[in-house]
Design a protein. Structure first.
Length: 267
């Protein structure tokens, strides 16, 4: 007996294609986020002026170098200037036979100052962003080096001109120069922190006052030379020595003026 299987329409399960899976069903309604919930999750309060300033300051800190060797080099240069001034002052109190030892010390300090200055110049030529303006860095380095150069020139002049007896005006001018150098060496390390602005300004005022005192001593000393000394050669010797010391105080004032300009730019 032959069995006849009835023709039953069985459902066929077809796997949808990739295109069919990706195609959205037009009959399915789109779902949107609730606007209140979205604003609560994603919305941010508007930035205030203070927030904007803080963000700009952070960006500026990223652009500026995190560490700078310029301030360290300035500190070394200032310390070298201070040591040169103190050695020179000791030299004035020494006997003519003892001065040669101080003369050698000052020559070594002058060479050390030149090395520091050249290092600053090299750093300046290879640094893209500097903590202060490039011309101010160059000016400070040059003026500090000039102070030591003028001190070393004064000691050389004393040796070459065979100046054994020093007038009181030379001692007085040297004392003012040392006070000015000490003030420069005290305020220059503060430059790395602009919160020291007022202390730096007060130091600069004192340096300017010392320069005025030096001018008074210098002009009075020149007048005394012409009025009391008849030897023209002796007048020239002492006058040149006084001129070196007075120029050194001018260089100290130049450092102070540069510091004030830097403070003005960063005010």
């Amino acid at each position: 007996m032959e069995l006849i299987t009835p023709n039953v329409n069985r459902p066929t399960h077809h796997k949808p294609s990739i295109a069919q899976r990706q195609k959205p069903n037009s009959q399915t309604p789109l779902k949107y986020f609730d606007t209140t919930t979205a604003n609560r999750i994603f919305a941010r309060p508007p930035l205030t002026i203070k927030d904007t300033a803080v963000k700009f300051d952070r960006l500026l800190q990223l652009l500026l170098p995190r560490t700078s060797s310029f301030y360290d080099l300035f500190d070394k240069s200032a310390a070298n200037v201070l040591e040169s001034g103190r050695v020179f002052r000791k030299m004035l109190d020494a006997s003519p036979s003892e001065r040669k030892g101080y003369r050698k010390q000052l020559e070594d300090l002058e060479h050390r100052g030149d090395e520091i200055t050249h290092t600053i110049y090299n750093e300046l030529s290879t640094t893209f962003i500097t903590p202060i303006d490039r011309e101010d860095i160059h000016g400070l380095a040059s003026s500090l080096d000039d102070i030591v150069d003028m001190i070393e020139a004064a000691t050389l002049r004393m040796e070459l001109y065979n100046i054994t007896t020093l007038p009181s005006s030379v001692i007085a001018l040297a004392d003012v120069l040392i006070r000015s150098i000490e003030e420069v060496s005290r305020v220059l390390p503060m430059l790395s922190d602009m919160r020291n602005e007022m202390r730096i300004r007060e130091g600069c005022v004192r340096v300017n006052s010392y320069e005025n005192q030096a001018d008074t001593i210098y002009h009075q000393a020149i007048a005394d030379l012409f009025n009391t000394v008849s030897d023209a050669i002796e007048i020239i010797k002492v006058k040149e020595l006084l001129n070196d010391l007075e120029t050194a105080t001018d260089k100290c004032e130049q450092v102070a003026n540069l510091l004030e300009n830097i403070l003005l730019k960063h005010a």
